[in-house]
Unconditional design. Structure first.
Ligand code: SF4
Length: 332
């Protein structure tokens, strides 16, 4: 992982760049390492320091984030970089409690930065660590109720020497050896003390309280193309899902959305719906397309000329709408 400093390099005095560690931890909230790697490289190339990020154009950062999901993280990235520059002289604070006061940094991320970037003995508990602790101590209470017990166990094991290496090692153990299915106990350095290994219960841990069924919300997305090829887009309100991102004008999302076309036109309803899943609900967007003349005026949004339109800058849900509409549009 490009933001890591391996143990031997650390011993020789190479320290991780707290900015790179912070960036990785924000990106890793809700996203896999495999998906983050490419985005982390891109962001570090575009904005190599916290000063560069603080001075970045919001729209550029939002566009570069497109495809990674959970866009509140991109807005927090900007807010946090600006707070670090304005309130901390452009230096990330080497203190868990102070890190917690920064935008977008919760207890997990603060502990991860304190531990990985500054080698402070903070306890980092992600899903991997929870699984390892549940097995190591053979804890059968289900998640999320068991979180405090698992955290207390993880805390008890956190060493004062090389806590940063230790935190990363336990997370890696969970990601590569103590995996959700078929843990490789034979290759595990904790095989001897592991209570679940002795009891033969590793594969059934951690137990989880069954999740409630994910609800489905419905909406309508309106794709308007002018005769000169321009497409009608709008910036979504800053708060709420996909806040501040570019998207197609649309209805509210709910059980039975009211139509809210951005202009009067001869609308064509496409057969295929755009389907996307957010953390708490599935979204089904009905795609409606209209072709209008070059002088058409919209009640909301603004037309983007065809050469300036970049489907890659749209959030994934909106890109799925475009993929469905594209065959009916001209020159896209
Ligand atoms: S011995 Fe097996 S169950 Fe126990 S921590 Fe190691 S991999 Fe996980």
């Amino acid at each position: 992982m490009p933001w890591r400093v391996p143990p031997n390099a650390r011993q020789n005095g190479t320290l991780p760049d707290p900015y790179a560690v912070w960036m990785s931890e924000v990106m890793l909230q809700q996203t896999t390492v495999a998906a983050v790697r490419e985005y982390h490289n891109k962001f570090m190339a575009l904005w190599p320091s916290v000063h560069d990020m603080a001075a970045a154009d919001d729209a550029d950062v939002m566009a570069a984030w497109a495809g990674l999901g959970y866009y509140a993280r991109a807005r927090n990235l900007l807010k946090c970089a600006r707070a670090v520059v304005a309130d901390h002289g452009g230096v990330f604070p080497a203190d868990y409690a102070v890190l917690l006061t920064l935008p977008g940094i919760g207890p997990y991320t603060a502990a991860a930065i304190a531990s990985i970037a500054f080698d402070l003995p903070e306890t980092v508990v992600d899903g991997n660590v929870e699984r390892v602790m549940a097995r190591l101590f053979d804890i059968h209470d289900p998640l999320p109720k068991s979180k405090p017990v698992l955290t207390a166990r993880a805390k008890q094991l956190t060493p004062d020497t090389r806590p940063g290496d230790y935190a990363q090692a336990v997370m890696d153990l969970g990601a590569t050896i103590c995996t959700p299915r078929n843990p490789s106990c034979g290759a595990c350095p904790w095989q001897q003390p592991c209570a679940a290994n002795a009891a033969g219960t590793a594969a059934e841990l951690p137990k989880k309280t069954p999740k409630k069924k994910t609800p489905t919300r419905h909406g309508i997305a309106y794709v308007v193309q002018r005769a000169d090829g321009a497409l009608l887009l709008e910036t979504r309100p800053a708060s709420g899902l996909l806040g501040g991102m570019l998207g197609w004008p649309g209805s509210e999302w709910g059980d039975a959305p009211e139509p809210a076309p951005p202009l009067d036109a001869n609308w064509q309803t496409l057969n295929e719906q755009a389907r996307h899943t957010f953390t708490h609900f599935h979204l089904r967007l009905t795609v409606m397309v209209a072709k209008v003349d070059a002088r058409a005026q919209a009640r909301r949004g603004s037309f983007v000329a065809a050469p300036d339109f970049d489907a890659g800058a749209l959030p994934t849900a909106m890109r799925k709408v475009f993929d469905i509409a594209a065959p009916t549009l001209r020159n896209t």
